[in-house]
Design a binder for this molecule. Sequence first.
Ligand code: KPL
Length: 301
Amino acid sequence: MDIVVFGAGSLGSLVGGALATRPATAVTLVARDPHASAVRETGLELRGELEATVEPAVTTDGRGLEAELAIVAVKAFDTAAAAETLATGSYDTVLSLQNGMGNEETLAAALECPVLAGTASYGAVLRAPGVVECTGIGEIVLGARSGGSVERADRIGDLFASAGLETTVATDMPRRLWEKLAVNAGINAVTALTGTENGAVLEAPANELARTAARETARVARSCDVSLANRDAVASMESVATDTAANTSSMRQDVLTERRTEIDAINGYVVDRAAEQRLEVPTNRILTMLVRTWERGAGVR
Ligand code: KPL
């Protein structure tokens, strides 16, 4: 299968790199320099829980490409730009593997091919240009956006599993996306603001904050007709934090490298949906305000 990965940051490189270990799979990474040049010159090295060196094709210009599958792993705030670029190429299927909500809708509005939803809870860190480390085995969950045919998702799920990625094909993606939102709402801002690894949210005092953020997210999900119990949201958040305890969350990586974060698509999204439903989500609100304040101070907002 031909695959293009849009957004070869830590997760995109990890997933693209794992898929490139498959013999009949041709992977192209759409990456930025200096990562792109390093991959072109010396290949992509996967370290940690997944070990391999692979030689995917790489480009810094994603326009006009063609493939059976495009995996979108860009930051949530770059989804609209990625959709425009994807629209200049040709794909049989597009899969969003991103944090935050609404990415699939943005892609589907710009594209004619089917768009699948997905979540990834692997821990991944770009250690250097051309080197990505898997810092925690998580799970990839993918499926049709709102139920519907799972045939395409099954085929892609089989491919991911054959590349050594823990993969579940789900028929309840809206609920899975909210569940992952609760995971990110609990872990990302707390670890970014406190300069800690994911495992910190399992211990006092951070765990009270993380649990409350996850519970508030579940409550908002239910008000949007998605059945997600508080205890399931908290259990998922804690299970991902356990599996990726040594990982630096993507939001903490953004803060460390002084880049814009995905706060608007994670805790900010919970706050916005809560406001529409006239619900109070004070922990998500405070986390959102703190991270936005950091972004202003760093000049990235
Ligand atoms: O999605 C993640 C992220 O960092 O954005 C988790 C699963 C929390 C892994 O760190």
